[in-house]
Ligand binder design. Structure first.
Ligand code: SF4
Length: 327
């Protein structure tokens, strides 16, 4: 039986939040400044988050706020103060990675709704059960999760399941990857007292997509055996899988991409809204074929923007790696 699924989109700015809702998103996620897995320009300060939450309420949607980095003990009071403030402003939905923070926030505000982030690297039923125990009512499937595992989580874990479409599979498991931190290993405290390790998306920094740069394969004696080696890391576009995901009872279909342009995000959201609605209207008669041309145009637009961002991130990171550090 085919079930309804929430369509979740990215909100890298107030303009993007509005475009996502106006094009049919049921929910939008934004990153709390300094606390999510993106550059600060795609995150929002507390006042902007409150404004975005107000817009979400006005259109009957949900605003979800990501605090999906791993804090040190001294950052926890800051996390609690910030989430208290957002709770006062009417925010109830949060995306977290750290199970300790999940428990702390749930104890403090039992009516909050917590989702376990893609950064949790949930790859099996036991992981899902663990994060349910910590207070999450929904978990994000790791990008490589197969449908059989999704089915088992739906049947056995008693939590909602979220699946990313329009994502890139990582060379490693996303939440466990430390590659970027080898090129950006300094750290700083911001004005609020939050710790930032620029090369670690798990610690307030970024993934610089280092796995997508050219590598040398080095032999046992240090000799270069192959230059310009490319690691397998393919973008996947799971539009073809959407009917199956709906049949599986997936609760949320997520389009990521806070760094994309607002028109592209609006176009992606409209595409998925139309596709999901058409599939739900007539599951037996639904065919992907008529959607392929529109999908191809969106993939081309998305790949062009992504390639440009990736090239910028890699060159920024490698330039920094060449700069001597003072610690
Ligand atoms: S460096 Fe590559 S494998 Fe690591 S998190 Fe980034 S995209 Fe994923």
């Amino acid at each position: 039986m085919t079930a309804m699924a929430e369509l979740l989109a990215s909100g890298g700015s107030m303009e993007m939040v509005k475009a996502a809702f106006d094009n049919g998103a049921d929910a939008v996620y934004v990153g709390a400044k300094g606390w999510s897995r993106r550059r600060a320009e795609y995150e929002m300060d507390d006042a902007r988050i409150a404004e975005a939450a107000g817009y979400a309420r006005s259109v009957g949607g949900i605003l979800r706020v990501a605090f999906n980095t791993l804090p040190s003990s001294f950052e926890v009071p800051l996390f609690l103060a910030k989430t208290d403030g957002l709770y006062e402003a009417g925010v109830r939905d949060f995306i977290l990675t750290d199970p300790g923070l999940m428990m702390a926030l749930k104890n403090r505000h039992p009516d909050t709704v917590l989702h376990a982030s893609v950064g949790c690297t949930i790859i099996n039923v036991q992981d899902a059960l663990f994060y349910r125990e910590a207070g999450a009512s929904q978990v994000v499937a790791e990008c490589r999760m197969d449908k059989a595992t999704m089915r088992r989580i739906k049947e056995e874990a008693g939590v909602g399941l979220e699946v990313l479409v329009h994502a890139t599979t990582c060379y490693t498991l996303l939440g466990r990857c430390t590659m970027s931190s080898y090129t950006r290993y300094e750290h700083r405290l911001d004005a609020e007292g939050k710790d930032h390790f620029p090369g670690s998306p798990n610690r307030g920094g970024l993934c610089y997509r280092i796995c997508l740069s050219d590598w040398d394969r080095v032999g046992a004696r240090g000799e270069v055996e192959e230059s310009g080696f490319v690691l397998p890391n393919t973008a996947y576009f799971r539009a073809d899988d959407i009917p199956d995901l709906l049949d599986l009872g997936v609760d949320t279909i997520k389009i990521q991409g806070r760094e994309y342009s607002v028109p592209l995000v609006g176009e992606m959201v409209r595409f998925y809204r139309d596709l999901i609605d058409a599939c739900l209207r007539d599951r037996a008669g639904f065919r992907m074929e008529p959607w392929k041309d529109r999908m191809a145009r969106i993939v081309a637009g998305r790949d062009a923007e992504r390639r440009e961002k990736t090239a910028g991130l890699i060159s920024e990171s490698l330039a920094d790696a060449d700069t001597p550090k003072t610690h």
